[in-house]
Design a protein around this ligand. Structure first.
Ligand code: ZN
Length: 371
């Protein structure tokens, strides 16, 4: 094969930033080189008949050994993810960050983009399954130590802004290119607004880990719905958040300010990691702790996209955007990922009308194909 020639994904329905249309995607090396009606040059043809071709899905919240996640997530169209790390002692956390930095390049399959640190900087009153003796207020010294230990792997931190030092930690994140996301928090709406002012840009699994909407005592939930500076991440498995709550979210935020995440622990339950993960039991559509608290989801990103289209009564292009362009933008990676455009990385998910993944491409290579 002539390596100067692109490979062409043909006969698919493309979800581009300007809508859905029939066409072909040309891929050379690890990039998309052309998006057009017909292949304009010679090269290998890969048939995507009867399928949608969309940018690879990006999951900003998934638990489990990154190598395991990398191999497994591509089966559901995920091509990049943030690996969640939970509460632990300062020494243990630093060790985990060092380990993460050392193994980053070895992952096969989906690409691990870094770490989502969820806990220890959260409010014990809203800790949920993350409740632990290791919850503590954020300190700049520890944040910068972790930042160094991970060699830049720290990409997103969930912070309860009402904790002492919360606003300072959020400013530190904003200054260091780390997304500060508000969550597991008992913040008032006023404290949430101050946090957004300080540079917080997102809300972690909106509706979960915070007080419900209150018409006389507005809190983080009310701020999440009404403050356009905050992008809402949501676990859309139908257990963590109802279809009606999601419709409310869509009406308040619009499709540009919602990010679908899995918060999936299915690759970790019963194995290593924090205690709540090891002991979590699957029941119905989710995982629960031994005391009956929601511990995490069994969701895949493609199921989340399907649910967004169904629950939210929205078109597929908007649902896909919440799993591709929006998370890419939150991480500041929108020039590299999240859209079918020439020059972007050739990370692609190809799935049929019934949301069954036909194939997944990462960096111009097919990493998963259904037989
Ligand atoms: Zn959580």
């Amino acid at each position: 094969m002539n390596h100067a020639e692109p490979a062409w994904l043909v006969h698919g329905r493309l979800l581009t930033p300007t809508g859905i249309r029939r066409g072909a995607v040309g891929i050379r090396g690890h990039r998309i080189v052309e998006v057009s009606r017909q292949p304009s040059r010679s090269g290998r043809r890969v048939d995507a008949r009867g399928c949608y071709i969309v940018p690879g899905l990006i999951d900003l919240h998934v638990w489990g050994d990154p190598d395991l996640v990398a191999r497994d997530a591509v089966r559901a169209g995920t091509t990049a993810f943030l690996s969640a790390i939970g509460p632990a002692s300062p020494e243990e956390l630093a060790k985990q960050f060092v380990r993460h930095a050392a193994r980053r390049s070895e992952h096969a399959g989906a690409e691990c983009l870094g770490i989502h640190l969820e806990g220890p900087f959260i409010n014990p009153a809203r800790g949920g399954a993350l409740a632990s003796r290791w919850l503590r207020p954020p300190r700049l010294k520890e944040l910068s130590r972790l930042h160094r230990a991970g060699r830049g792997a720290l990409k997103l931190v969930t912070i309860a802004p009402e904790l002492p030092g919360g606003a300072r930690a959020i400013r530190w994140c904003a200054a260091h290119g780390v997304v500060a996301s508000l969550g597991h928090s008992a913040a008032s709406a006023e404290q949430a607004a101050t946090a957004a002012e300080a540079g917080a840009r997102a809300v972690t699994h909106v509706f979960n880990g915070m007080a419900p909407l209150h018409h006389r005592h507005p809190g983080l939930m009310d701020a999440a719905l009404t403050d356009d500076r905050l992008t809402a991440m949501v676990i859309l498995d139908g257990v963590h958040v109802s279809p009606q709550a999601f419709q409310l979210l869509v009406r308040c935020k619009g499709p540009a300010r919602i990010v679908l995440v899995t918060d999936s622990i299915r690759r970790q339950a019963g194995s290593g990691g924090p205690r709540f993960l090891r002991s979590a039991q699957a029941r119905g559509g989710a995982f629960y702790t031994t005391s009956g608290r929601l511990a995490g989801s069994r969701l895949t990103m493609l199921e989340a996209v399907r649910n967004a289209a169904r629950f939210g009564k929205m078109n597929l292009a908007d649902a896909v955007r919440m799993a591709t362009a929006n998370p890419a933008r939150l991480l500041g990676m929108e020039r590299e990922r999240g859209a079918l455009l020439p020059g972007r990385r050739a990370d692609l998910a190809v799935f049929d009308e019934r949301f069954r993944v036909r194939m997944t491409w990462v960096a111009g290579r097919i990493v998963y194909q259904r037989g």
